[in-house]
Design a protein. Structure first.
Length: 371
């Protein structure tokens, strides 16, 4: 048999001429379909699977994260109107580490809306944990709406329920706040944050809420019953600093007029008594006469005279032979009187309230240029 190229081409042409039009179409289209299907299968298998990196982001966070992903050359996709960012599944762990190193996202993305999603195999403990995470995030958002608060972080500890009441532990919470530049939270704002948590978390009291700022200052000391004695609260520190600043400015302005501006430095240190005292005094005086009672008693006794033993001491008259009454008897009388007076005492009670904020000691230091 001749297997030359010419004979092979002739055989193919003869075979092609014997086919009908339908057979020719099938013969041409079938390989094309197989090739497209094979190419699509290879493309689909090699395409990375995208999973959610973060969801329910706000516009600011989404913009910061996508800008960082572009800088790191990681592929990503946006979903749900730009609030969800998708990345290849194989890159999820690495991308999260890179973003965490860059401080992104700046706030938690878990909220109560995540509780609507039912997860297969989820236990009651898992759902409770998701509830606490969602509650923490919602409280953080609420705290950040307060004036002067730039950032807030909330941690809640919910103890396990115990069968014995004496073994039941109390819920606790810790809040970290960052204030805007040049501002500080006063006692009313700190108390508002503590009350917000106490009324939002079951079993939590304001005494078990610790509030600190990013500078390491404990702002909630005054809420605790076991407060450290003589420790100034944030509001008291503000008052003390205001008093010292006013004194420094007053002295500094006077020195600047005498020695010139910039030639002296003034520092003031004031010790202020923040204790509120109440002084109560009572003065008793003779009051008005309320009642007067006079009592008078008198008595008279008649005593028979004594005689010789065996002899009738009675005296008889000469007519009837009966004894004469009172004959030889002696009389005694006594009188007694008393007066009882009741007075209503007059009491004068004075109550003096000494307001806090008095300066107990003031120290002023002045440094002057020798020239």
């Amino acid at each position: 048999m001749d297997f030359s190229i010419k004979n092979i081409l002739n055989s193919i042409l003869e075979f092609w001429k014997k086919l009908t039009t339908a057979q020719k179409v099938v013969l041409l289209v079938a390989p094309l379909i197989v090739a497209i299907a094979l190419f699509s299968l290879i493309f689909w298998a090699s395409r990375p699977e995208y999973v959610a990196l973060f969801n329910r982001l706000n516009v600011t966070e989404a913009g910061q994260i996508t800008a960082k992903l572009q800088e790191l050359n990681y592929p990503y996709k946006l979903a749900e109107g730009g609030t969800t960012i998708l990345v290849p599944q194989k890159d999820v762990a690495e991308v999260r580490l890179q973003l965490a190193n860059a401080g992104l996202p700046k706030e938690s993305t878990f909220s109560f809306e995540n509780l609507d999603q039912i997860r297969l195999g989820e236990t009651d403990a898992d759902r409770k944990l998701r509830f606490v995470l969602g509650l923490q995030n919602e409280l953080e958002k609420t705290i950040k709406t307060l004036d002067g608060v730039d950032y807030a972080r909330v941690h809640i500890v919910m103890p396990e329920e115990s069968l014995f009441l004496e073994e039941q532990k109390q819920a606790t919470a810790a809040v970290t706040v960052k204030t805007t530049y040049g501002t500080a939270l006063n006692e009313d704002q700190v108390r508002a944050i503590a009350n917000l948590l106490a009324y939002s978390v079951e079993g939590l009291t304001t005494e078990n809420v610790s509030i600190v700022d990013t500078n390491g200052n404990v702002l909630s000391d005054f809420l605790s019953a076991n407060n450290t004695p003589h420790k100034l609260t944030a509001n008291q520190i503000q008052v003390q600093q205001a008093v010292e600043t006013n004194i420094q400015k007053s002295v500094q302005s006077m020195l600047d007029k005498v020695f010139g501006s910039g030639s002296t430095v003034v520092r003031a240190n004031a010790k202020i008594n923040f204790d509120q005292r109440t002084i109560t005094s009572q003065i008793s005086e003779n009051g008005a006469l309320v009642s007067r009672q006079e009592t008078a008693e008198s008595s008279t006794n008649e005593v028979a005279p004594g005689g010789v033993v065996g002899v009738d001491p009675n005296t008889y008259d000469g007519i009837t032979g009966y004894p004469v009454a009172g004959a030889g008897a002696t009389n005694s009388s006594s009188e007694r009187s008393s007066i009882t007076e009741n007075y209503q005492p007059s009491v004068v009670q004075e109550e003096t309230v000494v307001s806090p904020g008095q300066i107990e000691r003031l120290t002023i230091s002045v440094m002057a240029d020798a020239d």
